[in-house]
Ligand binder design. Structure first.
Ligand SMILES: C[S@@+](CC[C@H](N)C(=O)[O-])C[C@H]1O[C@@H](n2cnc3c(N)ncnc32)[C@H](O)[C@@H]1O
Length: 261
């Protein structure tokens, strides 16, 4: 499976970066904690977390070297020194047992074939009493107006594509179950709603949907889900939807925290 292809089929993006962890996770962090940000991507969230736990150390890991390089540059630009990055898979973290006080994992579980295996690996590297925070959008909670059969079809394609790659577009609602099965206790789940309610935001969302369709096109045609012409029409419909003066969308992000025994 090509991870980078799998990950781009992700229609959600957040308009804020540090805000992603602010309400459900950051209040539980303390200065001096040793924190791991799994699948750190370009490192914007990691940098925010480093500011919160300073002078504690933050480590960001990601499977892709390109992302790690971007994350290093970003941290340098921000003047953050209590941070380091390395290439690693969430399934085989290169750290001894009981290394971290806290672990954060944002927008990855939904793409994984075996999220439980990843959570058990995180449990291994957490210290007893350590905390995990997870957050995923749940594509079952994508709501938009005005009604557009093409936009509904695009959302269905994205879910189908994620499932085809082994992910679960509705993993968010299973956070409690997965964390409990991985051995965490006092698991608490919550949700937040992200929305686009002004033209600038809906344009961005419509253009993102069109871009994702372009990236999926080969797979979709190979699998016989749609023709090239139909994909073009859908991309066009996504851009037009984004320009509509009444366009609005909302998506639910599911979050959970739990503690290692
Ligand atoms: C949707 S992005 C989320 C990035 C970041 N957490 C955020 O929310 O901005 C998922 C990231 O997970 C990384 N990734 C995919 N599979 C992984 C794995 N098995 N172990 C670690 N990182 C992985 C990808 O390279 C990508 O940067």
């Amino acid at each position: 499976m090509v991870i980078s292809t799998l990950l781009i089929a992700h229609i959600s993006f957040s308009n804020s970066t540090n805000g992603m962890a602010s309400t459900f996770f950051i209040p539980l962090l303390k200065s001096g904690m040793n924190l791991l940000d799994c699948e750190c991507g370009s490192g914007t969230i990691t940098a925010g977390l480093a500011k919160v736990v300073a002078p504690g150390l933050v480590t960001g890991v990601d499977l892709e070297l390109g992302q790690i390089e971007k994350a290093r540059v970003y941290a340098q630009e921000q003047g953050i020194s209590n941070i380091s990055f390395r290439v690693a898979s969430i399934y085989e973290l290169p750290f001894p047992d009981e290394t971290f006080d806290a672990v954060f994992i944002h927008a990855l579980l939904q793409h994984l074939q075996t999220p439980l295996k990843a959570l058990r690996e995180i449990n291994r590297v957490l210290k007893p009493g350590g905390i995990i925070g997870v957050r995923d959008d749940d594509q079952g909670g994508f709501i938009l107006a005005p009604y557009s059969p093409q936009m509904e079809r695009i959302i269905d394609f994205l879910k189908q594509f994620m499932r085809h790659n082994g992910g679960d577009p509705c993993v968010g609602r299973r956070h409690r179950e997965l964390l409990r099965q991985a051995g965490f206790i006092n698991v608490q789940a919550s949700a937040t709603c992200e929305y686009d309610g002004i033209l600038e935001e809906t344009q961005k969302r419509g253009n993102l949907a069109a871009k994702l369709l372009g990236q999926m096109i080969e797979t979709v045609i190979d699998l016989g889900w749609a023709s090239a012409d139909e994909m073009e029409e859908l991309a066009d419909a996504a851009r037009k939807w984004g320009e509509h003066p009444d366009a609005f969308d909302a998506i639910i992000w599911y979050e959970a925290v739990g503690w290692k025994v």
